[in-house]
Design a protein around this ligand. Structure first.
Ligand code: NAD
Length: 354
């Protein structure tokens, strides 16, 4: 069954507030929302990396761009009052596991209290109808088992990042039953897998680490070659978030719950598999080896069960992991050649939609 399509008629002219629009996923989503003709405002800190997709693809060109710290409730509230959004997509976060070991306080204050601030502001603004809160596949209590996690399984998280996102899920659930349902606002949470795509320069993430090494003609150093993750192209979960927001806006509470957006089962691959595929496509004698030394704990086995999104949203992944890797290598090599990356992103979005 092919995946349901995002409905351009729904999005045209909608007032959408997106948090985290200067980040990797937020930049791709901003471009997609711009191409759909939404009235879009983004609130976030400055882009988290240099270079950044936000600047490289001139994402700021087609939207209202505001620098706001979501740890500051008054500042968040002022944006909601001023903009009066109909749809809110919350993805601003400290998203890195290894950084969360170094900066647990910042991680919890952004990911937990930042979420409280966004939901608290939203409930006081009458225009808001639908909220999608982006958490992660790591919000589940990881049991290192071979099955994909289902939406009704316990929240958990051993490292501060995963735990903070489990907390953001609990916050969402409490806000839903305490305030949002009665205010006529439908809130869902979305749990995606390990997202890859052109324009990610984050530290300590596999694909950016691979590309940094390949550019310098150095061997790629990987930490956990046998770790399995649900890898997917960034446009896959973004299409899920958009479909979900449409359903929440049109049908309300029926869709106001947690949703997994992961890859096909066969695309839950090892770190080694991904690395070898990048090295093969890059050519010119690229190689990899295992990084020595003690590393902080990260889960070894993580998969998502996407039966619910397939069944009830008619969402399913469109691109294989092979396609995703080819598109990333093409994106990265085009960027190195100085091509127009805004056009290339928009053309990859069109390719995905068609
Ligand atoms: N990239 C992945 O593989 C992945 C997988 C699952 C879930 N997620 C989730 O998706 C979301 C986006 O991730 P990403 O990879 O684009 O991350 P990113 O680091 O590229 O972007 C994070 C965004 O959040 C903003 N931000 C951070 N702290 C802030 C604060 N205090 N106030 C306001 N804005 C702040 C940054 O400015 C940036 O716009 C996050 O919620 C992340 O947890 C990412």
């Amino acid at each position: 069954m092919s995946s349901a399509a995002v409905n351009p008629d729904f999005w045209k002219g909608k007032r959408v507030l997106l948090t985290g629009h200067t980040g990797f996923k937020g930049s791709w989503l901003s471009l997609w929302l711009q191409s759909l003709g939404t009235t879009l405002r983004g609130i976030a800190l400055e882009p988290p990396t240099e270079p950044s997709l936000f600047n490289v693809a001139r994402v700021f060109d087609g939207m209202e761009h505001r620098i706001v710290d979501i740890r500051d409730y008054a500042a968040v509230r002022a944006q909601f009052d001023d903009f009066a959004p109909e749809v809110v997509i919350h993805m601003a976060a400290q998203p890195l596991v290894r950084l969360s070991y170094r900066e647990p306080v910042e991680t919890y204050s952004t990911n937990v209290m930042g979420t409280v601030h966004v939901l608290e502001a939203a409930r006081h603004v009458a225009s808001v109808k639908a909220i999608v809160n982006i958490t992660t596949d790591k919000c589940y209590e990881n049991r290192e088992w071979v099955w994909g996690y289902r939406e009704n399984e316990p929240m958990g998280g051993r490292d501060p990042y995963s735990s903070s996102k489990g907390c953001a899920e609990l916050v969402s659930s409490a806000f839903r039953s305490s305030f949002l349902n009665s205010a006529g606002i439908a809130l869902a949470t979305a749990r995606a897998g390990n997202v890859i795509g052109g324009g990610d320069w984050a530290l300590d993430r596999l694909v950016p680490d691979i590309l940094r090494a390949l550019e310098k003609d150095e061997p790629v150093l990987i930490r956990n070659p046998h770790a399995i993750r649900p890898w997917q192209h960034v446009l896959e979960p973004l299409s899920g978030y958009l479909l979900l927001a449409e359903r929440l806006h049109v049908h309300g509470q029926v869709y106001a719950e947690g949703w997994n957006f992961g890859p096909r089962d066969e695309d839950a691959r090892t770190v080694q598999w991904i690395t070898e595929n990048f090295c093969d496509l890059w050519g010119s004698g690229a190689s990899w080896s295992v990084q020595s030394g003690e590393q902080p704990h990260e889960a070894n086995l993580l998969k998502l069960d996407i039966s619910k999104a397939r069944q009830r949203l008619h969402w399913s992944p469109r691109w294989t992991l092979d396609t995703a890797i080819q598109l990333i290598v093409k994106w990265h090599q085009s960027w190195r050649r100085g091509q127009d990356m805004r056009s290339l992103c928009l053309s990859q979005i069109n390719q995905y939609r068609s």
